[in-house]
Write a protein that binds this ligand. Structure first.
Ligand code: NOJ
Length: 767
């Protein structure tokens, strides 16, 4: 009956939207569900479905090879095909390309009883085949339109390849550069993080999910994963109510408000409860208070892992806890397919919980337009026309230029002047793989433009390109450890000899793309392998160095900061990496990026973040000789390069900060002038401090920013409006407060370089 029947039901499907909370008594558990009844067609379909078919919708398999998680076992493929044919699968991940997706979709549509099409998910994190800068790099642009465009392009390529769902954006706030996944987020700040999250969701999804060139987005990992203890991947998180509500949750809430279609929970436990089984987070906050009507998918195997966490006696109990908590779809732990039916039969799981999860999944399929045309993403012609088009490459190059942060530029080392002899040295100079990062599963290996290729286009300079030392000892990939060269020094002497002869040295050093990302935590934040030795050896003979750092996280650049006049943070910039960097090195583009994460002086400062609490003893003012203040005896407290920092080839000056009281809030204005010789863009940042509150507030909190392009000598007055939305905070229980009292309003070009005005909010006295 399948296909024809559901086509009839779903093409005449009307919208019936209602979302009434219901209390379900589940054996010992009371569960409040908010069930989004949206389309009568989906409701009719649900009535036709058997329990097995409904549970099938909640089951997601990875493709038939080992792609983004622990290997499937032998023989899995045969079982997966069998279950696909029996209608026991709702979604696949890691199947890609029109040909393969069409084949699998055909099984679901033509061979199962009801012919319900599958969702195809994939980690389209920063590009699909054409790779954009890693997300933390894009965040350094503070340019929401550019970020939105980058996600739109990623969606376009992915959708043209048959996919309809990405597991992005990752909106986890993180304060610890040891954690490898900081590359995938927007850094340490919830305000910037929320803006970036919205730009990404809107970029991926567009205005219409049924458009064949958009895909469903997924806000992940709900919640707290970025606070993994000691920055160690998959580790436990312990997070206070204050931090949870004020720092961790805001970007997720912003995604819900932007209409994100799906959420993913995660691997971590939060204060003792694995987030996959966290009922308060998923049912109460997300689906209840925030009214999220979409799908919650587990992370890879995270339902089964609740047993290993010590939160469930066996897989069956893990499944029970996951469904009660609100996990709608099981990614690759096979727990729902094995145990949900029995749990329902035994009366441990109310059928309404199953209906709710299946309904959410079917609603999404309906919104994507899959019932009307299950093959709408599978058009070979579109696939070959869209991917890697010139238009895409241009936009990605621009995104890459915008992502670069000029950390320092003493003696105007950059841009490089013509007619020079320049040695370009370092293991990343000719790299064509590492700049793609680690989440680039669909990209072809070695397809980034290298720095060598980018610079070689400038023929009026006498370039020499040398590796100096090798960074890795073996070929690298997503699933295996990256082996770093700690031994072979061949090449250092040749680099030193060349450096002696030339006017200028450019060094391209840093981490390999596969040293950050999932499962890539580090205890050191130095230049890996023999690169520091190479840097110092070259510096000893020619200190006229421009240092380009490629990395997936903030590194400790203390030695470089003391000794090298010009330093550029180039992250991993993707396919157009070398072209974008050449644009900057040669002065075709004036860098404008600002750091979305603090750069440390030492790994021992981790976690390091600008929006910290004051402590009772923040300074040594009382008596400079005494030790009794909050500090280290061997290092400063401050960042080497703070959040919001980034220089330009021109200079910007701030003046005239004025703050007026609007009754319940404030308006701040400040004048910005380009006092240098070239046009440039500046990100003006507004921070507040609520000086005395019922819950102590951080010393600074970002509450506004604006990016402006100014010509030389041009000025602009910038205005920020502060309302209850910016001035309040959540208490430990998640209740929002806006309190009267003193506020510091700070505006400037980084979190440390600000002008400050103190004002008072006095609504009570005005009443
Ligand atoms: C595990 C990662 O944590 C998650 O972010 C990703 O989307 C899934 N694997 C699927 O690859």
């Amino acid at each position: 009956m399948g296909r024809i029947l559901i086509l009839a039901i779903l093409t005449i499907s009307c919208i019936v939207s209602c979302n009434t909370p219901k209390i379900i008594e589940n054996n010992k558990n009371r569960v409040m569900i908010h069930t989004p009844i949206k389309y009568d067609g989906v409701e009719s379909l649900l009535k036709l479905m058997t329990l097995d078919e409904k549970i099938g919708q909640m089951n997601q398999y990875s493709g038939f090879w080992n792609a983004t998680g622990p290997s499937p076992k032998d023989g899995d493929a045969a079982i997966k095909y069998k279950n696909l044919r029996s209608g026991l699968v709702g979604s696949m991940l890691n199947v890609r390309g029109v040909k393969e997706i069409k084949e699998i979709q055909k099984i679901a549509v033509e061979e199962t009883r009801l012919g319900i099409p599958l969702l195809f998910g994939f980690d389209v994190i920063h590009g699909y085949k054409t790779i954009a800068p890693i997300p933390i790099a894009e965040s350094a642009s503070w340019d929401m339109e550019a970020i939105k465009l980058s996600s739109k392009i990623a969606a376009k390529e992915a959708a043209a390849s048959g996919l309809n769902w990405t597991f992005a954006p990752m909106v986890d706030i993180s304060r610890d550069a040891r954690w490898g996944r900081v590359m995938e987020g927007a850094g340490e700040d919830p305000y910037l993080g929320s803006k970036v999250a919205v730009a990404r969701v809107k970029g991926f999804q567009g205005d219409d999910l049924s458009d064949p060139l958009t895909i469903a987005a997924c806000a992940k990992h709900f919640a707290g994963y970025g606070f993994a203890e000691a920055g160690r991947e998959y580790n436990t998180t312990v997070i206070s109510g204050d931090i949870l509500h004020n720092i961790v949750l805001p970007p997720f809430k912003a995604c819900v408000d932007a209409g994100v279609a799906t959420f993913m929970n995660g691997f971590n436990q939060l204060n003792g409860i694995p987030v996959t089984g966290h009922k308060q987070l998923q049912r109460k906050i997300l689906k209840g208070q925030w009214g999220f009507e979409g799908v919650m998918v587990s992370d890879w195997g995270s339902i089964g892992e609740m047993k290993v966490h010590g939160f469930a006696a066996n897989e069956k109990e893990a499944g029970l806890k996951a469904i009660i908590a609100g996990s709608d779809m099981d990614m690759e732990s096979y727990v729902y397919e094995k145990h949900l039916k029995t749990l329902v039969k035994e009366g441990q799981v109310d059928i309404e919980l199953i209906n709710d999860a299946a309904r959410r999944i079917l609603n999404l399929k309906h919104e994507l337009g899959l019932f009307k045309d299950p093959y709408k993403y599978c058009n070979e012609e579109r696939e070959s026309n869209v991917i890697g088009s010139d238009e895409i490459l241009l936009a990605i190059r621009d995104m890459a230029r915008k992502s670069v942060v000029l950390l320092k530029n003493e003696n105007a080392g950059l841009p490089i002047k013509a007619n020079k002899t320049v040695a370009v040295i370092g293991p990343l100079v000719s790299e064509k793989n590492s700049p793609l990062g680690s989440w680039r599963i669909a990209a072809k290996d070695h397809t980034a433009i290298s720095v060598e290729e980018g610079l070689s286009q400038y023929t009026d300079i006498d370039w020499t390109f040398l590796q100096g030392v090798q960074l890795t000892t073996e070929s690298t990939n997503f699933v295996l450890e990256t082996k770093i060269n700690e031994v072979d020094k061949t090449g250092i002497q040749q680099a030193v000899d060349k450096a002696k002869e030339v006017d200028q040295v450019i060094m391209v050093l840093g981490e390999h793309g596969y040293q950050s990302g999932e499962a890539r935590s580090r205890t050191k934040l130095d230049l890996p392998g023999l690169q520091q030795e190479l840097l110092e050896a070259v510096h000893a003979v020619n200190p006229n160095i421009v240092l380009i750092i490629m990395s997936g996280r903030p590194l400790d650049l203390s030695w470089a900061d003391e000794n090298i006049p010009t330093i550029v943070q180039a992250w991993q910039l993707g396919t157009e990496s070398g072209n974008a960097l050449a644009d900057i090195i040669m002065g075709e583009y004036n860098p404008s990026g600002k750091l979305p994460m603090s750069f440390p002086r030492s790994v021992g400062q981790m976690p390091l973040y600008y929006n910290h609490q004051s402590t009772g003893r923040p300074t040594q003012d009382a008596n400079p000789d005494l030790v009794f203040w909050s500090h280290y005896i061997d290092e400063k407290n401050t960042a080497l390069y703070p959040f919001g920092h980034g220089e330009s080839y021109t200079n910007f000056e701030y003046s005239n900060l004025k703050v007026t009281n609007t009754g319940t809030g404030f308006t701040a204005t400040i004048d910005l002038t380009n006092t240098g010789d070239v046009a440039g863009e500046e990100v003006t940042q507004l921070y507040i401090r609520d000086v005395s509150a019922s819950l102590a507030r951080p010393v600074k909190e970002l509450k506004g920013f604006e990016k402006n392009m100014l010509k030389p000598s041009e000025s602009k007055t910038i205005t920020f409006v502060l309302t209850d939305k910016e001035l309040g905070f959540f208490d430990n229980e998640g209740n929002y407060h806006v309190e009267d009292g003193k506020f510091d309003i700070m505006v400037g070009g980084s979190s440390e370089k600000v002008m400050n005005v103190s004002v008072e909010r006095k609504t009570k006295m005005l009443e």
